[in-house]
Design a protein around this ligand. Structure first.
Ligand code: HPA
Length: 278
C-alpha cells in the first residue's frame, strides 16, 4: 500500500485539478454502477472528464463501466457524478477504490448517492427489483481505512451505527411511493468477487443476515462515513440467488436486468437530488 502522505498529496492534486475544471458548487455526489450509467445522460450541461485525464485517478477496467466524471445539474441541482467505479477484483486496493470519494468530499460534496447491481437472496425479491440499503456487511476481507489514519479526514474508529442516512432513506422511500415504484429494503453484503457465489455461499450469506450480495459500494460508503458524508445507496437486483433453485447467470443477464430497472432507479435518484437541493 502507498504511504499515507503520498496518497493525501495525490488526493490534493486531483482535487485542485478538478476545482479548476468544474469548480466547487456540487454538494451531491453520485456513483453510478454496472449498467446504471444512463442517469448520467440526464445531467444537463455536463462537463465530462475522463478518469485517465485526472491526476492519479484509477481507470475503470470493466467493460460495462464508463470511466468518466460528470459535472452539471440534475433537476437544476449541481452534482458531480462518477460514471463507472472501481472494484477490488480489478486489482485495486481499498484506498484506490475510494480515492474519488476523498476527492469529492474535498471539492465540497456532502451527500453521496450510490447505485450498484446485486444478487437478491431475500426470497421476496425478484429480478429487476430495487433495494434501498438499510445497512451492510463487509465481507471483502479488506477495509479502505486500514493503515495510518488521516485525522483531518476523519476519526480512527468511525461509528457505523447508521451508515445509510435515515433522512435520505425516508426521501427515497417517499419518492418511490409517489411514483408507484416498488422499493425493497435490506442489508447489502459486499464480497470481493469476481466470481458469483456458489449455492453454499449464498446459503451462508443469507443465513448471516444479508438480503443482497454484490462486489462494490461498501468501501465507498465506509469512506463517506469516515469523512462525515451522508450516504444513500440503491441496488438493482439483477439475479435471484436462491440456493435451492439457482440458475446459471451470465453478465448479459445482469446487464439486461440493470437496464430494465434503470428508469425507476433514475426517477428515484433524481427525486432525491431535487429534494435535497431545495
Ligand atoms: N453476487 C455478487 N455480485 C453480484 C451478483 C451476485 O449474485 N449479482 C450482481 N452482482
Amino acid at each position: 500500500m502507498q504511504d499515507l502522505a503520498t496518497y493525501r498529496a495525490h488526493v490534493n492534486e486531483a482535487t485542485e485539478f478538478l476545482r479548476e475544471k468544474v469548480g466547487g458548487d456540487a454538494r451531491i455526489g453520485l456513483i453510478l454502477g454496472t449498467g446504471l450509467g444512463k442517469l448520467a445522460e440526464e445531467i444537463e450541461a455536463a462537463t465530462i472528464i475522463h478518469y485517465g485525464d485526472i491526476p492519479h485517478f484509477p481507470i475503470s477496467t470493466v467493460e460495462s463501466h464508463h470511466g468518466r466524471l460528470l459535472s452539471g445539474k440534475l433537476g437544476g441541482v449541481p452534482v458531480l457524478a462518477m460514471q463507472g467505479r472501481f472494484h477490488l477484483y480489478e486489482g485495486y486496493d481499498g484506498r484506490q477504490i475510494t480515492f474519488p470519494v476523498r476527492v469529492m468530499k474535498q471539492l465540497g460534496v456532502e451527500t453521496l448517492l450510490v447505485s450498484n447491481a446485486a444478487g437478491g437472496m431475500n426470497p421476496l425479491f425478484r429480478r429487476g427489483d430495487l433495494m434501498l440499503l438499510t445497512d451492510h456487511i463487509n465481507l471483502q476481507g479488506v477495509n479502505p481505512l486500514t493503515g495510518p489514519n488521516a485525522d483531518e479526514w476523519g476519526p480512527r474508529f468511525p461509528d457505523m451505527s447508521e451508515p445509510y442516512d435515515r433522512g435520505l432513506r425516508d426521501i427515497a422511500e417517499q419518492a418511490a411511493l409517489n411514483r408507484a415504484i416498488r422499493l425493497q429494503q435490506g442489508v447489502y453484503l459486499a464480497v470481493e468477487g469476481p466470481n458469483l457465489e456458489t449455492r453454499a455461499e449464498y446459503r451462508f450469506l443469507r443465513t448471516i443476515g444479508a438480503d443482497a450480495v454484490g462486489m462494490s459500494t461498501v468501501p465507498e460508503v465506509i469512506v463517506g462515513n469516515h469523512m462525515g458524508m451522508r450516504c444513500m445507496a440503491i441496488s438493482v437486483i439483477t439475479d435471484e440467488c436462491f440456493p435451492d433453485s439457482l440458475e446459471p447467470v451470465s453478465m448479459e443477464d445482469v446487464l439486461a436486468a440493470a437496464a430494465e430497472a434503470e428508469p425507476s432507479l433514475t426517477a428515484i435518484m433524481r427525486a432525491v437530488v431535487e429534494e435535497i437541493g431545495k
